[in-house]
Design a protein around this ligand. Structure first.
Ligand SMILES: [Zn+2]
Length: 659
């Protein structure tokens, strides 16, 4: 431990730009998610076991004052990969936008020069869905997801991401997500966060050992993590040092050995890599070469998380050599930095931002995790997130309440904070779950008017479908598609509406068009399978696709029912039975699936099974004559008139009731 401290104290002196020659060797960019600079050995954290990062720092340049542009993964990576600040690339929160096709990414610069590019990423937030695949020949983003709807917090461990990385590429990007919460404890470490950082370091060591000797390596954290600074745990809402200051190390042939102490931005990575690769950098990047020592007033960071989710003010920060300024509802810090903060925060967009839609199952999951993402300015309360953070505890407390009480508490909070879009969405979804669809639609429609977003529009469309109103639903799916023309979920909804109104050819065309663009999208595949069932065409062809979706989303309602129906049509009664039973294990209240299973038993003359399968329906709705009639018929067929009697009495007078 003492040797680490000593190494820090005797760091080589600062380095200058002129010492760095242009190289054509491979370049490897490693982004470490949620990694604070002050938890790395080379940055002075004695409890860390990060020998690989420390050795890399010792043979390259360590930037001791590197600042993330946004304390959130998708916006920060959008900056790292483009050299543009968030006001320019337009991705300002997780989940609301994807990086536009109009952006030119690092990988696209390499590809345009005929060089090979590859990426291996470790989480949902860096999948190609967010626009990060642009320019990559190989984009390995496979996640071992038990369920797609859980994917926001499912990660691929660092060792697997590294194993999948194509180390022969001219430009390789590797994203390691391990340090993001939840932290996996390790008995060898007192602090589970340190254990995760150690795991990252081990994987990094493996990666470094497999790289060509002349590779240049850039390792950077995408943002840090809050450990109570300003009242924040995790990251996103505030702009304290802990969530913004990240490790940044550049090492390779010709890269000087030393420490750079002036503040640098993650926007600087892109122009630096382009120069190291001997590629021309566009003139309009916000970042500049990391080794450029000319004067700079400060580096820019922002977060709109509180603004998007709670209707609070945006936060912006300028970090200078020895001071900083943070602006929300009030200014705090060195006000001589105000003009530069103004300039950077009001940079005009470089291109139109591209909206992104989340499917409703992901929305529910985000909600369960305590955050939910959709852009939209929303009502503005003027509250500074630094003050509002105390209110967040009230949101967490809602989770402890029974559903009906939680709804009431949400209504009270909403009356006090009309700008809390997340809460309005959450209340709408809770109402929908309780079957109070009319109220849910009213709440969600209010939320949409307050700040239109494609995810909200899709959710409203799904609810109208549930209400059996495809015409109203169609309007909302089309609304979502005007905001996010690529949304597969909205297309699947559109197809479903068309099919329900008898426009089967039009529905097929929408599905075909969608699948041409996103061939594996579960919602579109499911819509295609349902349409095949409706048109009695090619059911067999859909079985494999639906089995694949079931594997990806094992808990999603209706999927096994659709799969069973396909099997039944294709003449596979055993598989059909298994799928129906699976559906009913997870959704005992799925009446349609239960009736299909009953019909299957009836066809096979399995009368005892018919009675057994009907029993939950009879128990649930004893006043429903059809269930009573079906049960009575089965008993009569078995010759058990005594047992049939009470059911005959219960259905007397109904046309389905046996004589
Ligand atoms: Zn991140």
């Amino acid at each position: 431990m003492l040797t680490l401290l000593a190494a820090c104290a005797s760091d080589p002196p600062p380095v200058a730009l002129t010492e760095v020659p242009i190289e054509h060797a491979p370049i490897v960019l490693v982004t470490l998610d949620t990694t604070r600079a002050d938890r790395i050995g080379a940055y002075g954290h004695v409890a860390a076991r990060t020998p690989n990062l420390d050795a890399l720092a010792a043979r390259g340049t360590r930037f001791s004052s590197a600042w993330a542009p946004v304390p959130l993964t998708i916006p920060s990576h959008s900056t790292i990969l483009t050299g543009l600040l968030p006001p320019r690339h337009g991705v300002r929160d997780n989940g609301d936008h994807r990086l536009s096709e109009d952006a030119t990414t690092l990988a696209e610069h390499f590809a345009a020069d005929g060089r090979r590019t590859a990426a291996s990423v470790g989480a949902f937030v860096t999948q190609s869905h967010w626009g990060f695949g642009q320019g990559f020949d190989v984009y390995d983003e496979s996640l071992h997801v038990a369920s797609e709807s859980l994917s926001w917090h499912v990660e691929r461990p660092a060792n697997e991401v590294v194993a999948a990385a194509d180390t022969s590429a001219d430009f390789l990007w590797v994203h390691l997500f391990d340090a993001h919460a939840p932290y996996l404890p390790d008995p060898a470490f007192e602090d589970p966060y340190d254990a995760e950082i150690h795991r990252l370091d081990v994987a990094l060591g493996v990666l470094l050992s497999t790289l060509p000797a002349d590779a240049t390596v850039v390792v950077v954290g995408d943002h840090g993590e809050g450990f109570g600074e300003g009242g924040e745990d995790a990251h996103g809402l505030l702009l304290e040092d802990g969530v913004l200051r990240v490790p940044l190390i550049v090492a390779g042939p010709g890269v000087p050995v030393g420490v750079v102490e002036r503040p640098v931005s993650l926007a600087d990575i892109s122009p630096t890599i382009l120069r190291l690769a001997g590629l021309p950098a566009p003139g309009d990047l916000d970042g500049r070469d990391l080794f450029d020592e000319s004067e700079r007033i400060g580096v820019y960071s922002e977060t709109r998380y509180g603004h998007h989710h709670f209707g609070w003010t945006p936060l912006e920060r300028l970090t200078a050599d020895s001071s900083k300024l943070v602006r929300g509802a009030r200014l705090e810090g060195d006000e001589t930095l105000l003009a530069e903060l103004d300039r950077l925060s009001s940079l005009p967009p470089a291109f139109a931002a591209a909206e992104a839609t989340l499917d409703p199952s992901t929305v529910e999951q985000l909600q369960a995790l305590g955050y939910l993402s959709e852009g939209g300015s929303g009502a503005h309360s003027g509250i500074d997130p630094r003050d509002g953070i105390e209110q967040i505890a009230k949101l967490a407390a809602l989770r402890e309440l029974p559903p009906a009480e939680a709804l009431e508490a949400m209504a009270v909070l909403l009356a006090e904070n009309p700008g809390w879009r997340d809460l309005r969405m959450r209340r709408g979804l809770s109402l929908a779950r309780l079957g109070r669809t009319d109220e849910a639609l009213a709440e969600l429609t209010d939320a949409y008017r307050d700040g239109p977003g494609s995810t909200t529009a899709v959710t409203i469309g799904e609810l109208w479908l549930r209400q059996g109103d495809p015409a109203e639903a169609l309007g909302w799916f089309l609304e979502a598609l005007t905001i996010d023309p690529r949304s597969a979920t909205a297309r699947a909804g559109q197809a479903q509406c068309l099919a329900m109104s008898g426009q089967l050819d039009a529905a097929q065309a929408v599905i075909d068009e969608g699948l041409a663009e996103t061939p594996d999208h579960a919602d579109l595949l499911l819509a295609g399978a349902v349409l095949a069932l409706a048109t009695h065409q090619g059911e067999e062809d859909w079985i494999e696709a639906v089995e694949d979706i079931v594997a990806r989303r094992p808990t999603q309602a209706r999927l096994n029912h659709v799969l069973g129906s396909l099997h039944l049509r294709a003449g596979h009664p055993e598989e059909a039975e298994q799928a129906f039973e699976q559906e009913l294990r997870m959704q005992p209240g799925n009446v349609a699936a239960r009736l299909d299973l009953v019909r299957l038993y009836q066809e096979q003359g399995r009368l005892v099974d018919v009675v057994k399968a009907l029993r939950p329906l009879v128990a649930l709705q004893p006043e429903e004559p059809v269930w009573q009639a079906m049960t009575a018929s089965a008993y009569l067929e078995m010759g058990r008139a005594g047992l049939a009697k009470e059911h005959l009495l219960a259905c007397a007078g109904h046309p389905a009731c046996p004589e």
